[in-house]
Design a binder for this molecule. Structure first.
Ligand SMILES: [Zn+2]
Length: 145
């Protein structure tokens, strides 16, 4: 297991950054164990803030994998894309793929308030915790255990 890449993402949210984030592109790898430390991951349901090109913010309340040792949050790419397509039927698969960025998370209370009040995007940015960084893991001779 190697950590291939650490990307610095420009800050958008007004709250303190939280979580290291991995958007899992491997359809058959569910990461019940952490790709970094091999400990068992838990589940955490969180409102994700997603930016869809060119200028469409999107909130998705989604169950993710989480490793508390590494502060690593993992979302499965195919699930995220399927949920975006379900929620925004005007988008097609080609448009979505490679044209969105999972930016960060919101507190559940903020998310509920924003959904209920149909708040403008500024309110969402105000409540947004960006990810500390986005990480990518690649298999090295299979997933180490
Ligand atoms: Zn870990």
């Amino acid at each position: 297991m190697s950590k291939k890449d650490e990307m610095k993402v420009p800050r958008l949210g007004k709250q303190l950054p939280r979580y290291r984030f991995f958007l899992n592109p491997y359809r058959h790898e569910r990461f019940s164990r952490c790709p970094q430390c091999s400990n068992k991951t838990g589940q955490r349901k969180l409102p994700l803030f997603i930016h869809i090109d060119p200028n469409q913010p999107f909130l998705l309340n989604k169950t993710c994998r989480y490793c508390s040792h590494c502060d690593l949050l993992i979302a499965h790419q195919n699930e995220v894309e399927r949920l975006i397509l379900t929620a925004v039927p005007t988008l097609d698969e080609e448009t979505v793929r490679g044209h969105y960025l999972v930016v960060g998370t919101l507190d559940r209370a903020d998310w509920k308030r924003i959904i209920q009040n149909d708040s403008p995007v500024e309110a969402t940015i105000e409540a947004l915790h960006d990810f500390k960084d986005a990480v990518v893991f690649t298999p090295v001779g299979g997933w180490g255990r």
